[in-house]
Design a protein around this ligand. Structure first.
Ligand code: SF4
Length: 469
């Protein structure tokens, strides 16, 4: 992996910026996704869709406890087993317990960021269970031994040439950059995995309270196979995924796919409302739903309810000028990157010291807010989190000292004048001295004016008085 996700933030960014292949891939893919989104939005009344989608999500988050109770009751009535998990360890424990009970040896998964969040694959593998990702992007990431770099397009950081090489090495396929040939190779490989798997695991795009239904959006049909072929199906849903009704879910489905890939709707929308019933020709014998908190209640308690509105469409990521340069791995060990990742990661982790740099990984240009289909004011959330970083003393020591010194100088005319005079004398040489030398490493430094504003002003007043007298 070109970017070491465990390295400090500055190192990760430097590694990302030095990776020309990754930046080419990102540029191509995010540009393409943005064009598709723009075309899809030009066909409809975007403002109306955003108003309606935002209202539906707000309704769900404001009534979260009631809707979750309703969801649980209807899932149970449909024959599902419902588990509540406070954190990642509890959720993983539940999955391992189900796997043990059913003597599961092979698991197929559809793409799920929440399972990345709780480190499920690693836990299953440690228990001797084979896990295969069946979404094409996730499958490639798994073959490469990496982590996803985008919530929707996990392999967005790779060029087709890179993928061809991974397939050649890992699957022994002839070297080809034909997307059709690569897809066919993946399909051949995965088909058997679906047939032998004992357990299917998916995330959840929406959980419908009124009907007790888990909805999964995919374009490849793998979601349908994962949820219906193996004898046991486990869905893991963040508690914020609940929505009131099927109508609300369908509206959000359209909002998510138009913004994600520019499609009217995705190719597949799998709805699971319980295990196989008498007379059904397919479906799992047992269905489990794990409702995961893992920091989500804390997000609401701390006044960041807007962050819980997210439907993970990825539009804010594709448009973000920072993400488009550094990619998802520069955000560190988190499945959530881009502007929404810079908000969610510190909030979910709670340890603001660990993720202190992420709220600053934004130019605050506002493009993310303008595209968000549920109208999350991401720049405001990022600014709030920046204040938290500073208030908790989590900003770097050097930075705090520099800001304190700057504030001292700016509040006292004499040192300010002395410094401004010195900068004027030094001119471009000032950029060679710390802390400006560090600043200059990554940014341009404006030229210091040879003469200070105060001196120019006094001269002008003198000239005007001279002319008047
Ligand atoms: S914050 Fe908005 S734009 Fe970004 S992924 Fe979530 S819903 Fe989509």
């Amino acid at each position: 992996m070109a970017v070491d996700v465990g390295a400090p933030y500055a190192t990760r960014v430097r590694q990302a910026l030095a990776d020309d292949g990754m930046r080419t891939a990102l540029d191509r893919a995010t540009g393409h996704l943005k064009e598709r989104r723009d075309r899809a939005m030009a066909e409809i009344d975007e403002r109306r869709l955003r108003d309606e989608a935002g209202a539906v999500r707000r309704y769900a988050i404001e009534r979260l406890p009631d809707l979750l109770e309703q969801l649980e009751a209807n899932l149970i009535a449909n024959g599902c087993h419902v588990h509540w998990a406070r954190d990642a360890a509890e959720a993983v424990g539940v999955v391992l317990e189900i796997a043990r009970e059913h003597e599961v040896g092979d698991v197929v998964k559809s793409k799920s960021m929440v399972t990345e969040e709780i480190g499920l694959n690693e836990a299953l593998e440690r228990s001797g269970i084979d896990v295969v990702e069946t979404d094409l992007g996730e499958f490639i990431v798994q073959l490469a031994g990496e982590s996803p770099s985008h919530i929707l397009a996990p392999v967005i950081h790779k060029r087709v040439e890179d993928i061809a090489e991974i397939f050649r090495i890992r699957l022994n396929t002839p070297r080809t950059t034909s997307p059709a040939a690569l897809c066919a190779a993946a399909r051949r490989e995965l088909r058997n995995e679906f047939l032998v798997a004992d357990m299917g695991i998916s995330g959840c795009n929406f959980a419908i309270a009124e009907t007790g239904t888990i909805c999964v959006i995919t374009n490849e049909g793998n979601g349908r196979m994962v949820t219906s072929l193996p004898r046991v199906y486990v869905a893991i849903a963040g508690i914020e995924k609940v929505v009131r009704s099927a109508e609300d879910a369908v509206l959000l489905w359209q909002a998510a796919t138009r913004n994600a890939t520019g499609q009217n709707v995705s190719v597949y929308f799998s709805m699971s409302s319980g295990p196989r019933r008498r007379g059904d020709t397919d479906g799992p014998e047992e269905m489990h739903v794990i409702l995961l908190d893992n920091g989500r209640s804390r997000i609401l308690e701390r006044g960041y309810a807007d962050a819980a509105l997210c439907i993970r469409c990825g539009a804010c990521i594709d448009i973000c000028p920072v993400y488009r340069e550094i990619g998802g791995h520069a955000y560190g060990r988190t499945p959530y990157s881009g502007p929404i990742g810079a908000v969610l990661t510190p909030l979910l982790d709670y340890d603001i010291h660990a993720a202190r740099d992420l709220p600053f990984a934004s130019s605050l240009c506002g493009a993310c807010r303008d595209v968000c289909p549920v109208k999350i004011d991401l720049p405001r959330l990022l600014l709030d989190l920046r204040s938290v970083v500073v208030e908790r003393g989590a900003s770097p020591v050097g930075e705090r000292a520099a800001i304190r010194a700057y504030s001292t100088v700016m509040r006292r005319p004499a040192p300010y004048r002395a410094l401004a005079r010195l900068a004027g004398w030094l001119g471009p040489l000032a950029g060679l001295l710390p802390p400006l030398s560090t600043w200059k490493r990554d940014r341009g430094l404006p030229r210091f004016a040879a003469r200070r504003f105060g001196a120019l002003w006094r001269e002008r007043v003198r000239d005007e008085e001279g002319a008047a007298g």
